[in-house]
Write a protein that binds this ligand. Sequence first.
Ligand SMILES: [Zn+2]
Length: 396
Amino acid sequence: MARTTSIFLLLTALLWTTVWADPLQVIRGRQARVHLLELYTSQGCSSCRAADEWLSGFTGDKDLWDNIVPVAFHVDYWDYLGWEDPYGRTAFSQRQRDYAAAWRNNRVYTPGFVHNGNEWRGFFDGSKLELDTPGAPADLGGVVEIAIDEGRAVVSLTNPTTDAKELTAHVAVLGFGLSNYVSAGENKGRELENDFVVLSYTAALVKKTGDSFTTTLALARPEKAGAERYAVAAWFTRGGDLRTVQAAGDWLNEAAVESIRLAKTKGVKMSDKIVKSEEEWREILTPEQYQVTREKGTERAFTGEYWDNKDDGVYLCVACGLPLFASDTKYESGSGWPSFWEESDRSLGMVRTEVLCNRCEAHLGHIFEDGPRPTGLRYCINSAALKFVPKDAKKK
Ligand SMILES: [Zn+2]
């Protein structure tokens, strides 16, 4: 019996050794603060091209990886303009909305930059991105290490200068030299080339053990590969204000690229559903939004923000950012609530006459069969359950 146990232990030890003793690649950042620059962009947005090209300039920059880690999250809320961005993900649009919520700012727009967790508008007036940071908060720093093995990364932050007990670890696989001919929408007829594109992304909460934060994250195989080069980026943020604590990144070597492209995802593929506790919903929603979306409340007629809104744009779920209705399906019903005759692509769930967000189950309103043609439906929706993004917001 004892013998069996010790053989078992030996085998277990061997297994661990073979898996982790010799990672395919180890990337190690520096102790001093490394800047994280996020770009929120879309192939469907004509004003995004200049920002994409500017970001591509970092591929040959002396500061790349050592001092700055750029990443481009493609959002999906312009897909309705006719071009479905192949790298756009609803989760990335949501990420941008989470920032807006943390900044107490209701607007999301593209191109949008986030520098170390703060909105950065310098791109628009041509000011330089500040990489020497005199007076940077003292709690930013530590060494991020990314050890890559078959489809996984052990991501750690050691010697952190923050006193937080819990952080969020993020890891992204980035693609470079991704060319796409765009056949519809605002960039119709153009060949776009994108770099630093986030192809797969995973995050997890990590508790501090000893002097470090360490976790194993799946490097999900990108749905769209075919890049000329790949890199990996990892960073840590604080939960409350999403501020970046430290980042690291580097080009991936061939073995690591192979392992990620061939690794089986084993059910770690990012789920499309968003599930949060009532506490978490309370944190990100106003009391009125919470009352409507989580407690199935109804705002009083003619009181909401959007019943009379006639601007061009898209209406997102206020809770999770999923695009629900396009403004060209909105009509004047006289009811005092925003009314639409058609939902965006499979965005809604129905329970009898109740209308729910298909992604986060937020209560939105009700559906009636007295709408205009061609559908004959009336989606009667609470303004408090919606977030309107005007079509010209991106020009600002
Ligand atoms: Zn939702």
